[in-house]
Design a protein around this ligand. Structure first.
Ligand code: PXP
Length: 235
């Protein structure tokens, strides 16, 4: 059975490989094109404050070539707002960001930053852009997100991915149900892969899944044989 859930491929780690050598390869534009040809419904990138993988020019160049949904993951800062306003991605996913983390480690603390996020969301909506808050599957957080004017959320699936616990799927399902009842569009992502995805598909009302690392990592192995054969044929 197929579902209507959209797959948005996060291509940050194509850029990670590129940054290691500081050149142009592998091209994230080519990656986006291949991903869409293969059936991805959108492309997601995280422009981090430290620019460790995705660069400003990447987001600019992706906008005209991505046919599906371009999602920009970003911290709630004035700098990122300026960039988003200029490029106008289809969706801005607001994430917490710490310089020392390897990846986004937890959801936004909406409860402690309610006033700030309320103003930030207002600016985004006034500029005709759409935003999603990346949050833990916590009912209180969802309630506050609703009160501050959020219309979309992305549920952080990291805790489930780390533990594979049925209780985490229950938490995610309850959160999705509650968010949907408040009128939210509900997305999900983080740490998902081909082995842990099935229970996620049982969560009600999911619109988009944002998946990156596992697909890029798998692509390395699926492609390694061909890459070696091509070069070996030249030797
Ligand atoms: N969603 C958000 C908000 C993220 O920050 C990330 C990681 O950049 C993902 C989804 C994708 O996570 P992963 O790379 O583990 O699939």
């Amino acid at each position: 059975m197929t579902s209507n859930i959209l797959l948005c491929l996060n291509i940050d780690h194509i850029a990670t490989l590129r940054q290691v050598r500081g050149g142009r390869e592998p091209s994230i534009l080519e990656a986006a094109q291949i991903a869409e040809e293969a059936g991805a419904d959108g492309i997601t990138v995280h422009l981090r404050e430290d620019r460790r993988h995705i660069q400003d020019s990447d987001v600019e160049q992706l906008k005209p070539i991505v046919k599906g949904r371009l999602t920009l993951e970003m911290a709630a800062t004035a700098e990122m707002f300026e960039i988003a306003q200029k490029i106008k991605p289809n969706l801005l996913t607001i994430v917490p960001e710490k310089r020392s983390e390897l990846t986004t480690e937890g959801g936004l603390n909406v409860i402690n930053n309610a006033e700030y996020l309320k103003d930030f969301l207002k600016k985004i909506h006034e500029n005709g852009l759409e935003a999603s808050l990346f949050i833990e599957p916590d009912l209180k957080t969802i309630e506050i997100a609703h009160q501050i004017g959020a219309k979309r959320i992305e549920l952080h699936t990291g805790q489930y991915a780390n533990t594979l616990a049925k209780t985490e799927i229950n938490k995610l399902s309850k959160a999705a149900e509650f968010a949907h009842s408040l009128g939210f569009v509900v997305n999900a992502g983080h740490g998902l892969n081909i082995n842990n995805l099935k229970p996620i598909l049982q969560i009600p009302h999911l619109r988009e899944l944002h998946i990156g690392h596992s697909i890029i990592a798998r692509a390395v192995f699926i492609g390694l044989k061909q890459a070696i054969s091509e070069l070996k044929a030249l030797i």
